[in-house]
Design a protein around this ligand. Sequence first.
Ligand code: HEC
Ligand code: HEC
Length: 436
Amino acid sequence: MRPNYRHLISAILFISCSTFLNASTLQDPISSLDDNEVDTFVLGKSFFRTPWVEAPSATTARDGLGPLFSANTCTSCHPENGKGSVYNDKGHISRSLVTRLSLDLDQNTTTKIGFIPEPTYGSQLSINAIHGVPHEGRASRSYINKSVLLDENRTVILHRPIYGVTELQYGALSKDAIISQRVAPALIGLGLLEQISDEQLLANEDIDDKDRDGISGKANRVYSPKTSQIEIGRYNWKADVSTLKVQIAGAMSDDMGLTSHLYPDERCTDSQKACLDSPKGRDRFDVTMKRLDAVTFYLKSLKAPQIREDEHYENGLKLFRRLSCASCHTPTFTLDDGEKVHPFSDLLLHDMGKDLADGRVEFQATGTEFRTPPLWGISIYSKILKNRVNYLHDGRAKTIEEAILWHSGEAEQSKNSFIRSSPDQQKVLIDFVERL
Ligand code: HEC
Ligand code: HEC
């Protein structure tokens, strides 16, 4: 019997297409690394993935965790370098949903961290601590439903989270505390985002909406502890950090209680005595400059997912532009060396309306503003998180459609154009985004 080659070939094509973007895509290095660079990549990767332990310990290379912390590895919140989730697989609130705390600040007041921390708990609620130190508390949330009529036949129910905290170990939060919950973003193409020049970002700013398209866009201007200068913000949901190295040192400090030359102090507030008195590591900093550089090199050298520029992509892109999604989710930037990158973000802040607002100011970002999140690699999130996939800063949307329907403020018209599109067109747009 002749084998049916056509079926065989389509099966091979199917398998290779469906594995084109998988979770390991986010962990592969760019191909141009030399032997020394590969060593640094591997070293950085190991500090990213291997658990840190309390000091003092037999392994000084990885001790210094805490006293207060939320997780002992980077991967626990950025699984396989992808996005975190609101709930873990047991249905409890996941550690990758971080609770930021602050007091109200008017934008014109300048501080070196961009906000005023809550006096007792500091800038972020730590859900863990080393032995003998009470942890701070845990995140909680409840939901209010909101229905959106898509057409006569279809209503979508959206779930708006109300942020809360529970198990507080150091007394009540200040009555003016602002709580903001954020899911850990995917760590994709971060080195490429750093190479987009300030001039290119600023060229897309339109703070006073001079072109009157309803979309303004503003770069965040943030203090850098590395240069002691004000720089253009690029990272995090409110673009409050300008460079990858500072972001990583900040993550080490906020999320794991690891000190470095950029963040030299433990995160204990004056009211946390056990934290202040806890044993210190043998060295001045938990993380040496060399190790911080290695983790930075690791994240910088990860390959960005490739775009398949086929007919499907071109059609989707036309619609993406027509519905003004591209006015904020900028499809392409050309780097100084001529390389074209496709982050689908302008890295600028936009007012997204009161329903998405978290009320938290970070440098120039107001309580209603967020950085346009890059959409590249979005197709991989669901492969890593399966049915726990979630979108938006607090992970409130379970589908791309829900994420679009939450858009408001500067994106109100764009969202309404989506709602008014035919069901077929809506599907083309969603398929396009799901394949990025
Ligand atoms: C407890 C969970 C948690 C841990 C542990 C954690 N992160 Fe994150 N990470 C987050 C959250 C949440 C954000 C977004 C914060 C925000 O927007 O304010 C983030 C943001 C980032 C970003 C910015 C990404 C972007 O697109 O702008 C980088 C880079 C990053 N983390 C790297 C790391 C590294 C490296 C480690 C380990 C040293 C680490 N993170 C540990 C939760 C975590
Ligand atoms: C005015 C600027 C603007 C426009 C226009 C806009 N977006 Fe967004 N988009 C944002 C911002 C800002 C966020 C993050 C909001 C948040 O997390 O609260 C976002 C979030 C998203 C997300 C979630 C990404 C993630 O990783 O969680 C998706 C998907 C998305 N947008 C798709 C679209 C599509 C499709 C359109 C067109 C119908 C569109 N956006 C139009 C600014 C915009």
